[in-house]
Design a binder for this molecule. Structure first.
Ligand SMILES: *Cc1c(COP(=O)(O)O)cnc(C)c1O
Length: 377
């Protein structure tokens, strides 16, 4: 074991930083402009670059992903019930509850751990106003099926696409599905602006409303306060970071794909023997390699491996655990056994630019040894 212990701690992620000189050039411009926030030149440039990247008409930027999602829900004036997934980060569920809506949890599918469209229709009632699915770990939901159900019952669809920056399905940006898609640019995500978020949406009419909602409800012409808004603007330092990181986006995906595919190679035999399940990106998907997760066979095995990895200085994450319908503060319906099983057995492994392929070999070797040890307990 000793020779497999990492000398330094390996965390599940490490933030992507541009070359310091590149960011300093941007800082110099900020010092010259003296424009720090509120629709500055960098925000504007970043916004138009994202429109090009996604081939999208409408993009608005925000202080963070959670505020984006919160204001997306507000902008559509939803009420009653929202069908969503329990297998997500706390943010998705909290944005729903925070808008006085009742989250109704539909169970997920076993391949990509996304909301299963087959489970939606039976949960629709007269009170249902929207569906809020999540592209978990960056793997696209079954968007066509969800669209069909939404049309049939006249429901809005907001995608939590926090993990799905740059992902395409059949060559179409994933953020162009649904009425609105939300992206997070948090430091831990594939692409970051330190903190930040965006909404990509179809209805042009929403632009001014979203601009107002992120600025205390003040309309863009500054003539009135029309909505109960928030302070949710992206500042120039964040937009500048976004511009620098955007320059390297293709290389980011490429570097991450090497790490992801090495994990797949190293762990495939464990999958063949039924010891764990991996996620294989779909053929018609351009994937961003946001997370590498393994699903074990029991919670005991997952927790054992999690603890053992830490002894080797590898800090994996139980992501997402527990499922959001088990928050102690709420008495939610917990009847989503697949989500519970995945949550109990999932483990996210380190994946970031700077993690070497040798590191991946070593982590994989540790996993093999310790899973064998678990069986012999
Ligand atoms: C990160 C994340 C969010 C929240 O984004 P922030 O930018 O951190 O506010 C929402 N949903 C999911 C699934 C996330 O992973």
């Amino acid at each position: 074991m000793d020779n497999l212990i990492f000398k330094e701690k390996i965390f599940v992620t490490r933030p992507l930083l541009p070359p310091l000189e590149e960011y300093q050039l941007k800082l110099k411009q900020i010092w010259e402009n003296k424009w720090l926030t509120n629709y500055g030149p960098f925000e504007h440039e970043f916004q138009s670059n994202l429109k090009k990247l996604f081939d999208a008409e409408n993009v608005e930027l925000f202080a963070n992903g959670h505020t984006s999602l919160d204001l997306a829900i507000k902008s559509l004036d939803l009420d009653g019930e929202v069908i969503t997934t329990p297998f997500t980060f706390a943010s998705t569920t909290q944005a729903i509850i925070g808008n006085n809506l009742k989250p109704v949890f539909a169970d997920v599918e076993r391949e990509y751990y996304n909301l299963n469209p087959e489970n939606i229709e039976s949960l629709i009632t007269e009170k249902t106003s929207a569906i809020i699915p999540v592209h978990v770990f960056g793997n696209p939901c079954e968007v066509k099926k969800i669209e069909k159900i939404a049309k049939k019952y006249d429901l809005k669809v907001i995608y939590d696409a926090a993990h799905a920056f740059g992902v395409k399905i059949d060559n179409e940006s994933i953020v162009n599905f649904g009425d609105i898609s939300m992206l997070s640019f948090h430091a831990t995500k594939v692409f970051n602006t330190i903190e930040g978020g965006a909404l990509i949406f179809k209805d042009k009419e929403l632009s001014n409303k979203l601009k107002a909602l992120k600025n205390f409800g003040i309309t863009p012409d500054k003539e009135e306060v029309r909505y109960l808004g928030k302070n949710g603007k992206m500042n120039e330092f964040e937009a500048a970071m976004g511009l620098c990181n955007l320059n390297k986006i293709d290389d980011i995906f490429y570097q991450r794909s090497l790490i992801y595919n090495r994990y797949l190679e190293c762990l495939e035999d464990l999958e063949d023997s039924g010891d764990l399940k991996l996620i294989h990106p779909q053929n018609n998907v351009f994937y961003n390699y946001a997370y590498f997760t393994i699903k074990l066979n029991s919670i005991e095995e997952r927790d054992f491996l999690y603890g053992k990895l830490a002894e080797y200085n590898v800090f994996a994450r139980k992501y997402f655990y527990p499922p959001c319908n088990e928050f102690p503060a709420y008495d939610f319906d917990r009847n989503t056994p697949i989500a519970k099983d995945i949550s109990n057995t999932i483990l996210s492994l380190p994946l970031y630019i700077g993690l070497s392929l040798d590191d991946v070999n070593q982590i994989s070797k540790i996993i093999k040894i310790e899973l064998k040890n678990f069986k012999n307990l």
